[in-house]
Design a protein around this ligand. Sequence first.
Ligand code: ADP
Length: 459
Amino acid sequence: MRSSPFKKVLVANRGEIALRVICACKELGIRTVAVYSEADRYSLHVRFADEAICIGPAKSTRSYLDIPAVISAAEITDADALHPGYGFLSENARFADVCEVSGIRFIGPSPEVIRLMGVKERARAAMKAAGVPILPGSDGVLETCDEALEVAERIGYPLIIKASAGGGGRGMRIVNGAADMPAQFAQARQEAQAAFGCPDVYLEKYIQAPRHIEFQVLADGQGHVEVLGERECTIQRRHQKLIEESPSPSLRPELRSRVSATLREAVKAVGYTNAGTVEFLMDEAGDLYFIEVNARIQVEHPVTEMVTGLDLVKAQILIAAGCPLSEVLDGPVTFSGHSIECRINAEHPETFAPSPGRITALNLPGGIGVRVDTAAYVDGVISPFYDSLVAKLVTKGRDRLEAVRRMQRALEMFVVEGIHTSIPLQRRILADPDFLSGDFDTNFIKRFGPAAGGNAARS
Ligand code: ADP
């Protein structure tokens, strides 16, 4: 890999992903600037960056989401590029615009592409036009309930109403029949307005027992695209991923090749650059349908790194610096073995209530084929202000069984005291016969208790 022309990258994030970006920069010989809120003064990303600037109080709207504060930090420190991580400002097209006009290279797709992908029904239309299969649904935003009823008549129930600006598994409502439509339609619009500041909604066919399968793509600014296989993210709770793996235990090789070939063209057609994830649902017949694009690095990117040996964050930085994909990849992409990631969240394993607090004891598992991405340490505090991810525990084996066995023993050796975590739940999932056989859909988690089965997309 060629060294990057960036001298200094500002990391506009916190927690494990901020550390992850700092690791990539250090290996590329790039200096780093951390930004932090008052609550994060003692965080590891602050400690390991070359420079650190406090950008405001704990509340993220006044710190990590405060565009002028983040841009000022980049200007004061003379950073020539900015990595947004995931969440916070990572998919905010206006922020990417502001970076560009301020002369700071945004490490991600262009503002235009972020904007297109952020409006979900527009992304659907663009992908459809590029030959990617989408679920039957409305052609665009639905203004009235009558319009929704008309579309429903055409495609049949059950349906799902989704917020055009939706994200994070929020703002979805299932409609089982025409009688439900008026109430669900009105509520979906209200919720979309409250959560995302935009009432626009669209309709999609609801798949009762889907699997979630997503493809990792990398594209440079010169029209070269690589599809780095898929991740299976079907083990979810309230539409939030809990376990991810690569390759998927359910995807037919023929379908993988077909979808990868289609995506190579589609990514080019929409002008997508840098790293991105194209998400699909697999229906009961085993066919894939596009649902959305995440125009950023994903939480679960390590499982792709483990099976390809590539560093996706370094790849993002090099692509943003203008490096052609051929140099970033340094030869043909090869896949080996199987990788699994368990998200370790600070939450009660049965009630799923958040469990922030001080970590009093910690043992991180290690050994062959085990990777832990975390910003946790003994005496460190899991703050109630931010998301509850404490660590990503990732294993790799020569095959799925070895990756599973490694995950089982790593979960056993993962000790966190002072807060509750999802480790006990993950251990139960890793012992479940259907998980072990790879036979599951997004309803899988319901067997782990009523709190787990609660569905954010209320019907
Ligand atoms: P978000 O952007 O909020 O994450 P997505 O469109 O990616 O929303 O969907 C998140 C999850 O919601 C999916 O992984 C799946 O579990 C569920 N879901 C979304 N669309 C459908 C659908 N049409 N049918 C069934 N489940 C769906």
